[in-house]
Design a protein around this ligand. Structure first.
Ligand SMILES: Cc1ncc(COP(=O)(O)O)c(C=O)c1O
Length: 380
């Protein structure tokens, strides 16, 4: 889809790219200035494997402020982005024969990383009616003697949904009945809408912190995706195992990026809030524009910057001789006829859906939505 979009762009067409997985903002100015000065100060040597001490201390403080948890710097391992951190965890924890529970729809790397370790992803279906939040009884049915971990993600990519504190507690209560790791990917935690309270699995799961591994980073909150800084917070035994994995693979994330992440965490936070507000407004635009298109249903995203559009109403429609049989066919039709690029839901475990990022200006969102509306109107 991206390759075709690039071809169309090369032909001079205006392409609406709804696939973007990163904020279209720049990192805060003070972070850029700190990075520049770090270059000149000679921040160019190896660092400690789990990251520089001031950054780990800053993470400890931010965890304390957000969740009241008292942890030590050696409960933190900083790595090359949250994805790499999740991979380190998978390497440290999973082996053939293990089962890892993953609610569907899911971020595509979770099952792939599990499979790369020879372990088995066990999916639990959720529904649009439940805002794609896991039902406790559905989770309970999937727990077995082989369950090694569950991977949770709220706010969620691809669904844009976020658990409430009550929903979080109910899931933790079921986890408590078993004995497995709880990996919670909270990379979008700074991007919650409508004044929703934080519902961190780590924050709420006080009684389970010896089993919870909190994954976070600077990519989404500070618009620093390319800097590649993420971290895991958890019990010392798992953090030590992650240090071993990291010590024999990437060693540590780039020293300059660590210096920048330190300033991001400890400096003024206004830019994070400004970006959050911008995404909330764009969320409103996306919902307003897309939900009036016949055949599409748009659950209102509660966080992150993705709308997860139910396009099942378009299945069976025709564009000339071409029948739209599934989400891939719908996404292909939108690219070819409207130059609109979306991500089909099937790879996320949600056939019939399209993931549409709203990390773009309101004007582009409106024009992209109009292009979809016109293309849908041509279907019979
Ligand atoms: C749910 C989720 N987790 C983790 C990541 C990876 O973040 P990072 O850039 O820190 O590797 C992403 C990036 O798209 C994501 O959507």
């Amino acid at each position: 889809m991206s390759a075709r979009a690039a071809e169309l762009r090369a032909q001079g067409k205006e392409v609406f790219n709804f696939t973007v997985g990163e904020p279209d903002f720049d990192p805060p100015e003070h972070v850029l200035a700190a990075a520049e000065s770090a270059v000149r100060k000679g921040v160019s040597k190896y660092t400690a494997v789990p990251g520089i001490a001031p950054l780990r201390e800053a993470i400890v403080k931010s965890i304390k402020a957000r969740t009241e948890a008292d942890i030590a710097p050696n409960n933190v391992c900083v790595g090359t982005g949250a994805k790499s951190i999740l991979y380190n965890l998978a390497t440290a924890l999973f082996e053939p024969g293990d089962e890892v529970i993953i609610p569907a729809p899911y971020w595509v790397s979770y099952p792939e990383q599990v499979r790369m370790m020879g372990a088995t992803p066990v999916f639990v279906e959720t529904s649009a009616e439940d805002r794609f939040c896991l039902r406790p009884e559905a989770l309970r049915k999937k727990i077995s003697k082989k369950t090694k971990a569950i991977i949770l993600n709220s706010p969620c990519n691809p669904t844009g949904m976020a658990y409430s504190p009550e929903e979080t507690r109910a899931i933790l209560d079921v986890c408590k009945e078993g004995d497995f790791w709880i990996i919670t990917d909270e990379i979008y935690a700074a991007l919650l809408f409508d004044g929703r309270p934080s519902a961190s699995f780590y924050g709420i799961g006080k009684d389970l912190r010896d089993r919870i591994l909190l994954v976070d980073g600077v990519s989404k909150a500070y618009a620093m995706t390319g800097w590649r800084i993420g971290w895991v917070v958890g019990p010392r035994n798992v953090i030590a195992a992650c240090e071993l994995v990291q010590g024999q693979s990437t060693s540590h994330p780039t020293a300059l990026a660590q210096a920048a992440a330190l300033v991001a965490l400890t400096g003024p936070q206004e830019d994070v809030e400004k970006m959050r507000q911008a995404f909330e407004k764009r969320r409103d635009v996306v919902v307003e524009e897309l939900s009036t298109i016949p055949g599409l249903k748009v659950p209102k995203p509660e966080g992150a910057f993705y709308a997860f559009v139910d396009a099942r109403g378009l299945i069976g429609k025709r564009a000339g001789d071409n029948v739209l049989t599934d989400d891939l066919a719908i996404a292909t039709y939108l690219v070819e006829s409207a130059y609109v690029v979306t991500v089909p839901g099937t790879p996320f475990g949600a056939p019939g859906f399209l993931r549409m990022s709203f990390a773009m200006s309101e004007d582009t969102l409106r024009r992209g939505a109009k292009a979809i509306r016109d293309a849908v109107a041509k279907l019979t």
